[in-house]
Design a protein around this ligand. Sequence first.
Ligand code: UDX
Length: 449
Amino acid sequence: MAVIADRCPEIEVTVVDLNQARIDAWNDADLSRLPVYEPGLDAVVGRARGRNLQFSTAVEESIAAADMVFISVNTPTKTKGLGAGQASDLRWVEACARTVAEAATGHTIVVEKSTLPVRTAAAIQTILEAAQRDDRGRSFTVLSNPEFLAEGTAIGDLEAPDRVLIGGDDAGSIDALAQIYGNWVPAERILRTNLWSSELSKLTANAFLAQRISSINSIAAFCEATGADVREVARAIGTDSRIGPKFLQAGPGFGGSCFQKDILNLVYLCRHFGLPEVADYWESVVALNTWQQHRISRLVVEKLFGTVTGKRLAVLGFAFKADTNDTREAPAIRICRDLLEEGAQLAIHDPKVSSTQIARDLQIEASPHTDALSGTGNWAMADTIEQAVVGADAVLILTEWTHYRSLNWQALGDLMRRPAWVFDARAVADPQQVKASGLNLWRVGDGEG
Ligand code: UDX
């Protein structure tokens, strides 16, 4: 919404939320304190806020004044009830549709921006149609306009998207939305489809991207077992123009708020529509991802003489990828939990993730390292990399933050307890330097390691 406001100064954009604290944070005069860390976002908000971009808790009034309403709430995986663990929880989407149905005036175009299971638009449409039948002379159309931005590169992705997808039945409404994007996106990149194709395209795009990661991670394990190097394999296959070079980086498994949720959603829908083989096929992408994470924690334990109880381990990186403070489904969560379960003492470093967030993710409060052999795992935040590494038996690199690429392994190695290991799940450390400093090295997908 900030990018729309930035690119279209004549359009008034109001972002509303029920959460006063969240809105206050978006209105913070200090742009470095916005609630989401995303490179470039502060500048965009700085330019548009107070001009034609407002953040407000006046939900009903803003809907009443709007020609177009974007529903952009979260749709997490259900944790209980029908479809628990797979289906999307649509309670917030439905609540929004009902609020829009109640508060809108005149003709309103309702745009689904959240990633939604196929055919959710129908539910929104039904709620809005019921509202249309009262005597207030209102009307609604529903569009699907999924978002393909990736975190960390969101502003660039929005400013120069590969494509914008608009699904709907009403040509006039589609034109109205296409016109907004037309302010900065070339017309040939604005694709029009029916509602269902648009919703399904989002799930499919994420499923395909995640599938590439699981595919390369499966080959990484095979490389480790056989002496090949997954980066060489990725380069070799990526130069085939039919395969392409992107999304072939082996790592600790994919994280983020979308991939797992969307695939599980697809799996649920395939089962629902009587396609168990298709469901199993996609489910295996998630299963491989989970396995990859457990595989890493298992091999840490194995390399450290079969036990990490009471051992100090430095964890570099907790975010699910670099350049974000987002930890949703971060591989670090599962790997750290496994190691805590084994009684390890973790010193966690991340340039952007707060210790409150890590405590929430690990479901354990940080505590000072005491009583090494008690068998109880614990963790503490380290403010610097040196602080994390001092006295550690191993360093695990779980996020590819830029400055983890140029660490001085000689100096870090001197702070560690020997024999010491570096487990580089992102293959960012310089292997020669690590080895030259007398440290043992495991790199994902490196059979020579
Ligand atoms: C993803 C999609 O890319 C985006 O189009 C969609 O709108 C939302 O979901 P995001 O989750 O923000 O975006 O990040 P992405 O860059 O796709 O990375 C997802 C995960 O895959 C991260 O954990 C990342 O580290 C991992 N990944 C990515 C790899 O392990 N290897 C790769 O080659 C690429």
